[in-house]
Each structure stands twice: as structure tokens, then as C-alpha cells.
Write a protein that binds this ligand. Structure first.
Ligand SMILES: [Fe+2]
Length: 156
């Protein structure tokens, strides 16, 4: 883990590990993109600005975080919908529980977004850590199971 803010700007928060690959091209590609959007949010949370008054810096930073949160949320939505389409198409038996997990995740993130927008600035860091932990676990377990099932059904 990086030690100071400058390092945090330079280093990626999450580095893709091939072990995260489930072997289904579309899902793996989207999971890599999710890691990118989370890294982007992380950079926004630790953005350093040299110019301007404290108030201006604060405002600019909040705008950057807001933009990154929106981009992450939008992309995750696209990704969930891709997975859900695959699950329905293949009659995946664990579709209901997988979809429920997506919905619980979306609800939790929405709550955080509302907290952030109402001025709670701690949300940025909490959210970025939550996204990393939740998604990496989800990719490693639930999505891997789906990828395996889909591959057995002949999807590549
Ligand atoms: Fe999933």
C-alpha cells in the first residue's frame, strides 16, 4: 500500500491479476475496465491540486470525485446488464441469487452516492475501498462460476 499522497497519485490502486480472469472474453474485458474505473476514482479521491484557495481546491476535488463515481456507476451498470443477459440466455441456474447480489450492490452504492452528494466527503475513500473489495470478491467467486458454466455451454 502506498505511503503518502504523492505515491497514491502515481500507483494504481488495483493491479489486474490474471487469476481474476474467468476465461470468458466479454466478462474478462469488462472486469478489466471496472478495475480501470475504480483506479480512476481512487486517483480522484487522492487528487492533489497546487493552485487556488482551499475552497476552490475542495470544490474542484469534489467535482472530480463526483465525475469518477458517476463513470464507475455507469460502467458497472452496463457490466451487470451484460452478465444478466448471458445468464438469462443460458438458463443459468444461479441467476436469481446472482442478480440479487447485483441489486444489493447497486442499492448500497446508491446510498453512498447520496451521502457524498449531501456533503459527506469521507464517502469517496470508503466507496473506493468498498468497490475494490466487493468487486474482486464477486469476480473471484460468483462471476467465475458463471464463466465456467457459460464455457461449458460453449460460450467463449
Ligand atoms: Fe456478477
Amino acid at each position: 500500500m502506498p505511503e503518502n499522497k504523492e505515491n497514491k497519485q502515481e500507483q494504481a490502486f488495483i493491479t489486474w491479476n490474471e487469476q481474476y480472469d474467468g476465461g470468458l472474453a466479454i466478462m474478462d474485458e469488462q472486469h478489466r475496465k471496472i478495475v480501470d474505473v475504480i483506479n480512476e476514482l481512487y486517483r480522484a479521491v487522492f487528487a492533489l491540486k497546487v493552485d487556488g484557495t482551499a475552497e476552490e481546491k475542495e470544490k474542484e476535488k469534489a467535482e472530480g470525485i463526483k465525475k469518477s463515481i458517476r463513470a464507475a456507476v455507469e460502467y458497472v451498470k452496463v457490466h451487470f446488464s451484460t452478465e444478466e443477459t448471458i445468464m438469462r440466455k443460458l438458463d443459468y441456474p444461479r441467476y436469481p441469487e446472482h442478480k440479487t447480489r447485483h441489486e444489493d450492490f447497486a442499492r448500497r452504492v446508491l446510498q453512498d452516492v447520496m451521502r457524498f452528494e449531501s456533503g459527506d466527503r469521507r464517502v469517496g475513500m470508503q466507496l473506493v475501498a468498498f468497490l475494490r473489495d466487493w468487486l474482486l470478491e464477486h469476480i473471484a467467486v460468483a462471476d467465475k462460476d458463471l464463466a465456467l458454466y457459460a464455457k461449458n455451454k460453449g460460450l467463449k
